[in-house]
Design a protein around this ligand. Structure first.
Ligand SMILES: *Cc1c(COP(=O)(O)O)cnc(C)c1O
Length: 399
């Protein structure tokens, strides 16, 4: 039996088991001391004043949109190639989504598409309330430029950083919100660190942080300074619900796992970077990979190869699969999903970058514990599949 390999996988060590067992033996399984412990550790890691943990990355996106007061019929712009949750968070608030094309070499939002769309929207007087960008595969978007483009119109910016924990942009951690209102993280098992299910929002603004906290816990306030009711009691049991919030909290069990994992983050990113480098070297002259910025450090969540054609990519996928290597495509452009087609029918030809990426991209296995032997297995299959394919159809390699 050949061992199956997947594109991503969690790393669980003895310290993780111990941390979770300690919580199970304690008085609190949820809302105990580990949640704030994990949040403070993330604040340190991200160099940001506020981190609010929550039940998953999708909830984090929804919370960020709510806290930034995105409401029904507001327009929200979303980078076209991402996991559907990136757009869904704004849809939960009733926003209308407009997708922005990507640069197919990076998978990230195209700055020329963004600036063209902004100019046109300004002329129509139909500017978006918010923009959600994605650091695809952990590779930072050019946040300084994005901020420069959006600032004249006072557009709120959310960074979907679900791939990017542990990455940096111009020597600062992705997640510090220098150029955005909120950054959103997921701790799903395939991400940089895991809490099984889990997520977080970071921000610099204390009022936004307060709203995020309230909305993640039923809209309930326990802060006497914030009470609104005329007959608010100073009794210690008093609390009040001030708006319609959700139960989006992270449990202490999950937070303990996250806090135990976090100290190993930088080591894991280093291992991912080494794996990415080995792919890069092995495929030099044969296949290109996602382009990386020279002024930033990717979190290497994905190892994305970019084939010469759609047929070549499909062939590569099948060859890997036959060898029990389960590559993935990240992602089908969100506008192609039937739900979003119903929302606003788009013309695929308006998204040349996204379409080109969608035809050619494939994510190969990358995770801290991927052994050099297993990675070599992947490399051998890729090289063999691509060379065989190109010999059989010589035209394809000239694209
Ligand atoms: C994982 C992920 C999400 C959603 O996170 P969950 O924790 O699974 O809800 C959102 N956006 C991107 C880009 C992701 O990779």
């Amino acid at each position: 039996m050949v061992k199956p390999l997947y594109y991503g996988k969690q790393t669980i060590e003895a310290a993780d088991l111990e941390a979770v067992r300690d919580v199970l033996n304690s008085d609190f399984l949820t809302q105990g001391p580990m949640v704030s412990c994990f949040e403070h550790a993330l604040e340190q890691q991200l160099q940001v004043p506020h981190v609010i943990s929550c039940s998953n990355g999708t909830a984090a996106l929804h919370l960020a949109c709510m806290a930034l007061e995105i409401e029904a019929r507001d327009e929200v712009w979303v980078s076209a190639v991402s996991f559907v949750a990136t757009a869904n968070g704004a849809r939960y608030c009733g926003a209308n989504i407009r997708f922005i094309d990507i640069d197919w070499h990076t998978g990230n939002i195209s700055l020329s598409a963004l600036s063209t769309q902004l100019e046109q929207a300004a002329q129509r007087a139909q500017l978006p309330k918010a923009l959600i960008v994605v650091h695809l595969g952990g590779e930072s978007c050019d946040m300084r430029r994005i901020h420069e483009l959006c600032q004249p119109y006072n557009i709120r910016i959310i960074e979907d950083s679900c791939h990017a924990l542990g990455g940096s942009y111009q020597d600062e951690p992705i997640g510090n919100c220098r150029y955005s209102d909120c950054c959103v993280f997921s701790f799903h098992p395939v991400k940089s660190i895991t809490t099984a299910e889990g997520g977080a929002v970071s921000c610099r603004n204390a009022d936004v942080a307060e709203r995020l906290r309230m909305l993640a816990s039923h809209g309930i306030s326990k802060d006497a300074a914030q009470w609104q009711s005329a007959d608010a009691s100073d009794a210690p049991w008093y609390y009040e619900q001030q708006e319609l919030g959700y139960n989006y909290r992270l449990s202490d069990l999950q937070a303990a796992l996250g806090a135990a994992q976090l100290p190993r983050l930088s080591r894991w990113i280093e291992l991912r970077a080494q794996i990415a480098k080995r792919y890069q070297e092995a495929f030099a002259g044969l296949l290109s990979m996602q382009h990386h910025r020279s002024d930033s450090q990717s979190a290497y969540h994905l190892a994305i190869v970019l084939c010469d054609s759609n047929a070549e990519r499909d062939e590569l996928y099948q060859s890997l699969r036959k060898a029990q290597i389960f590559a993935q495509l990240h992602y089908i452009p969100i506008y192609r999903h039937p739900y979003y087609q119903q929302q606003n029918q788009v013309n695929y030809a308006d998204f040349p970058g996204s379409e080109r990426y969608y035809e050619r991209a494939l994510s190969l296995p990358i995770y801290p514990r991927l052994s050099p032997t297993d990675q070599q297995r992947v490399i051998d299959v890729v090289i063999d599949a691509v060379q065989t394919y190109r010999c059989q159809s010589p035209k394809s390699s000239q694209l």
